[in-house]
Design a protein. Structure first.
Lengths: 151, 661, 175
């Protein structure tokens, strides 16, 4: 949570306002489409101030990309098409939600895989604990002796 | 002069740490009490030297001594005093010195509070702690000396990043560092136990308060940072799953798991090697966080300016500390066979479930944070793992955890009775289901997650209350219930409060995510916009000048019906040293939620673009975090759980009972 | 076996980090997905008076050429300008300049002040062509082969040893 801003951000943009919030352009008139566009913007990574979505970023390029998203949504493009448009130019890198493909199978499966591994490790250990070790011969002798001593 | 004194103190501290890291082990092998006792003196000396060095650097910052490179780069005469002081730890070198200060502080505390620990064990612990100090001091002296001089000294400094000039951020890093470094104590205890080859229920009792203390600080540090992001970054978000945020969240999760697994060690003498592993992993994750912030391996908005030499050094240190302790673990773990037994339906099992999900979540956050690096290393292109993935993982892993969290405390130790547990748990499940259904019915479609989240939150909070009710026999013997209330230990209150805090946070997240109203509009003075039943009237803007910034301040009057609730004055600031633009959101908390306004740019013709929000229940996030912290502190203050003070066997058993927080 | 698992994971991470740090990779740099693809279609007015519009057809000349996105407001562009002059002069590579989000007068002023290495120019006022090329900031330089296919993208200014160590070898490979 240390919000030490990278100096890179300023160097790259060479403009003020790297982290001030984006309050600039006009929303779409149709509230349904605007909501759709906004949802989409939240899932597109800003190329300038990385680790922000274009929704959050005040960088010039983020502004341009927001305009493109709104434009295409207004023209009736589906969010998937807009995503494909951006991936075509910037690669999977721009998607904050990694696409499900060969290279991300492990990622998406990781919550289930890891829970299984850790559960097996822990429960296995418990089962070992739950079954007490059988008595050794010496202990059996001892037990026998004790029992025999009972009146 | 102060600079040289500080530098000298660091060199002395390094020598003490070196001696303190070696001598006690020799003493332990030779059974030489004098050598072992040297550990206590060594950590005290390290602490005094670290205080001296830190005071020297603080003095240089306060007096704006620009002949010190670090001060010249990170301070400015015009800066308010608070930020001159917070500037000490607001940069790479100073923050490392701060790490060392806390590391030695914890060493001294263990030595002081741990008088009753067996000498042999205590000296091992302190020797491990000294080794950590040694590593950090070498890092500082060889790559990041904060006392380097600049000749000739500049007349003015470069100033501090304006985003750091904020009271929330002045105290967020120290809090977080206390948490990160606090975990070093659990680490040292774990390594010492591995060296000795023995983990006893008593060991768990010693280590647990330290882990709890660190966890309380981590909770505070994370909450403070998130609160800061909420009001400073200006887009209403409070958590971004940024690598550096994840780096603080992972140790928090591991520490939370450790707190709970230590209880099982204490009560049942089981889960021993797992608990040791958690103690090692929790601190390793703290170190990993420092590495990620400073090495430049990952892009983050939070990163310090990076330098490859430093990165390599930390990586080497990380490899030695983490690798070394894990080798020790692999070698010694088989010796730590569990001896206790417990049934499948028992409090212990619920704690195991808790551990499975907490540690899995920590691991998955790690996987998500580093996954892009792996994909790139394997030449499979560049991908981004952003908030949508982490939210998915949180939903998958936290839901069962929260169900277990409600169920666990009602289960009996060792061998529980599921039907009796269900008597208590069933009403909570019903309440949760009803809450969920009401929501779906109110807002048909698209709200499954909201209903689910709300149901879980209500389930958890209700079950906490029902657990207390069952404890005091509220339903079976209402007349005696009040006396029962008095008998509940602080540790038990602590547990209930912390668990309820989790529920409150979940409530806040679910409701604020689902029902936030947001307007992004262009307004001229006199315009009124309606947000969630509150009308925001834009009164205009005025220029403002601060000590080291100029700003445009917007004025809004917020009314509910005719009644004026408040006026909001967000600012758009431009700092001069260094030049940077920041947004100061204006927030007015109401019981039902926050009114939130941000002013943006002029769009011409006297019109301004603004963002207006109503964020319902958002304060529950920080309230919940506060509850968790207070819960932790309550538990720590429990007489029978005093930091590192082992007592007789009987009280030990009682404390174990209370230690279920 | 289980007890070695944490060690194995830690070891894997250390190797990964070490590899990342020893490679000269810039974590900020986003790989271009346009490599191996023909230049996207566009049409931009020239900075020179009366010159015809710049289009993708101008990029298929039968010999390798460079396309440089620049702007007068961009400080790193100023820093790399000398390298562009050298490329156009000493190495005889046609360099095509696209002024990115720059006012026409300012872009012309920039070239008048520092010299003009560009054989042809285009003005991308709204930055849309830049987006089509996957540009994330200026300067960025693309190396195209004779068929107008993008072969290499240089991210950031061509300064220090990046001309000799990176761009020239790529160029030689195409020639």
């Amino acid at each position: 949570m240390m919000k030490y801003l990278s100096a890179f951000c300023l160097i790259l943009t060479m403009s003020l306002g790297a982290l001030s919030v984006a309050v600039d352009e006009k929303p779409l008139a149709d509230p349904v489409k605007e909501a759709q566009a906004r949802e989409l913007m939240k899932e597109i990574r800003c190329l300038v101030c990385q680790n922000q979505s274009i929704e959050d970023s005040n960088a010039e390029l983020a502004r341009d990309l927001r305009a493109i998203v709104r434009e295409r949504i207004a023209l009736g493009d589906s969010p998937d098409n807009v995503r494909a448009y951006l991936v075509d130019r910037y690669g999977d890198w721009v998607l904050l939600r990694p696409p499900v493909k060969t290279s991300t199978y492990f990622l998406w499966a990781s919550p289930f895989l890891v829970v299984l591994i850790i559960a097996l490790l822990l429960i296995n250990r418990n089962r070992q604990a739950a079954a007490p070790a059988p008595l050794s011969d010496a202990e059996k002798e001892q037990l026998k002796a004790l029992l025999e001593r009972e009146p | 002069m102060a600079g040289e004194l500080g530098h000298f103190a660091l060199i002395l501290a390094l020598l003490f740490a070196l001696a303190g890291a070696v001598a006690p082990h020799i003493g332990a092998v030779r059974n030489d009490a004098t050598l072992m006792a040297f550990a206590d003196r060594s950590v005290l000396a390290q602490f005094l030297m670290a205080v001296t060095a830190f005071a020297a650097l603080t003095y240089a910052f306060v007096t704006s001594d620009f002949s010190v490179v670090n001060v010249a780069t990170n301070s400015h005469t015009l800066k308010p005093m608070l930020y001159k002081i917070s500037g000490v730890w607001g940069n790479h070198e100073g923050s490392l010195l701060f790490w060392v200060l806390i590391l030695t502080l914890f060493g001294a505390l263990v030595s002081w509070r741990g008088r009753k620990l067996p000498l042999r064990f205590r000296s091992r612990v302190l020797a491990v702690q000294s080794l950590l100090v040694l590593g950090f001091l070498m890092f500082i002296l060889f790559t990041s000396n904060p006392f380097l001089r600049l000749d000739p000294a500049p007349l003015e400094g470069n100033g501090l990043n304006p985003l750091l000039q904020d009271p929330g951020l002045a105290f967020h890093p120290p809090m977080l560092y206390l948490g990160y470094v606090g975990l070093s104590v659990a680490f040292s205890f774990a390594v010492a136990a591995l060296i000795e080859g023995e983990v006893t229920p008593l060991w768990a009792r010693w280590v647990r308060p330290w882990a709890l203390l660190a966890w309380v600080f981590l909770t505070g540090g994370i909450a403070l940072g998130s609160w800061w992001a909420y009001y400073e970054l200006g887009w209403g978000g409070w958590w971004f799953w940024d690598p550096v945020e994840n780096a603080s969240f992972m140790p928090w999760l591991a520490a939370a798991a450790l707190l709970h697994s230590a209880i099982v060690v204490e009560k049942r003498d089981a889960l021993k090697s797992w608990t040791i592993l958690l103690a090692i992993v929790a601190f390793s994750l703290s170190l990993l966080g420092t590495f990620l912030v400073r090495s430049g391996v990952i892009t983050s908005v939070h990163a310090f300016a990076t330098d490859p030499a430093r990165g390599i050094f930390i990586l080497a240190f990380l490899a030695v500390v983490v690798g070394g302790s894990l080798v020790l673990y692999a070698w010694r773990a088989p010796k730590l066979a569990p001896s206790g037994l417990f049934g499948i339906v028992s409090r212990e099992s619920a704690l195991v479930v808790n551990n499975i999900f907490l540690s899995t979540f920590a691991a998955v956050v790690l996987v998500g944070t580093l996954y892009p690096l792996f994909v790139e290393a394997f030449g499979a292109g560049q991908i981004t793992v952003g908030p949508p993935f982490f939210e998915y993982a949180a939903a998958v892993l936290m839901s069962p955890l929260i169900v277990a969290l409600g169920l666990g405390p009602v289960l009996a130790w060792k061998r529980g009775n599921i039907s009796r547990a269900m008597q208590v748990a069933f009403p909570a499940l019903v309440v949760a289901a009803v809450a969920g259904l009401v929501l779906v019915w109110q807002n048909a479609g698209g709200v499954v997650m909201t209903a689910f989240g709300l149901g879980l939150a209500v389930w958890l909070i209700t079950s906490v209350f029902l657990e207390i009710a069952a404890r005091i026999k509220l339903f079976r013997a209402p007349a005696k219930a009040l006396t029962g209330l008095g008998k509940i230990t602080r540790a038990q209150w602590g547990m209930s409060l912390a668990h309820a805090g989790v529920g409150v946070i979940l409530l806040g997240i679910t409701i604020s995510e689902a029902f936030t109203s947001e307007e992004l509009v262009v307004m001229a003075p006199g315009d009124t916009v309606d947000v969630a039943g509150y009308s925001f009237t834009f009164e205009g803007v005025a220029p403002v000048a601060g000590p080291n910034f100029t700003a445009v301040r917007g004025f809004f009057t917020v009314r509910e019906g005719e009644r004026v609730i408040t006026s909001l004055t967000p600012e758009d600031r431009v700092y001069s040293n260094p030049a940077m633009n920041t947004t100061e959101a204006a927030i007015h908390p109401l019981f039902s939620g926050d009114l939130y306004a941000v002013v943006g740019e002029a769009t011409g013709a006297g019109r301004w673009s603004v963002r207006l929000y109503f964020k319902p229940m958002i304060s529950a996030l920080w309230l919940g975090a506060l509850m968790m912290m207070i819960g932790g502190i309550l538990s720590l203050s429990d007489r029978r759980l005093r930091v590192g003070s082992p007592t007789g066997k009987k009280t030990a058993a009682q404390a174990g009972e209370g230690a279920s927080a | 076996m289980n007890r070695f698992l944490p060690l194995a994971i830690a070891g894997l991470l250390v190797v990964l980090f070490l590899g990342m740090m020893l490679s000269d990779r810039n974590p900020q740099e986003i790989d271009s997905v346009l490599i191996g693809r023909p230049a996207p279609a566009f049409s931009l007015s020239s900075l020179a008076d009366g010159a015809p519009a710049l289009t993708e057809a101008d990029l298929k000349t039968g010999e390798p050429l460079l396309v440089n996105f620049f702007a007068s407001w961009c400080v790193p562009c100023r820093a790399e300008h000398e390298s562009l002059m050298e490329l156009a002069g000493r190495y005889r590579v046609p360099v095509i300049g696209i002024a990115y989000k720059n006012e026409r007068d300012k872009a012309i002023g920039f070239l008048n002040e520092l010299g003009n290495p560009f054989s042809k120019t285009g003005l991308d006022l709204d930055g849309r062509v830049g987006i089509d090329w996957g540009v994330s900031g200026v300067p960025e330089t693309f190396l195209l082969d004779g068929d107008g296919v993008i072969r290499y993208r240089h991210w950031g200014p061509i300064v220090g040893d990046s001309l000799e160590a990176r761009l020239l070898p790529e160029l030689e490979a195409l020639r």
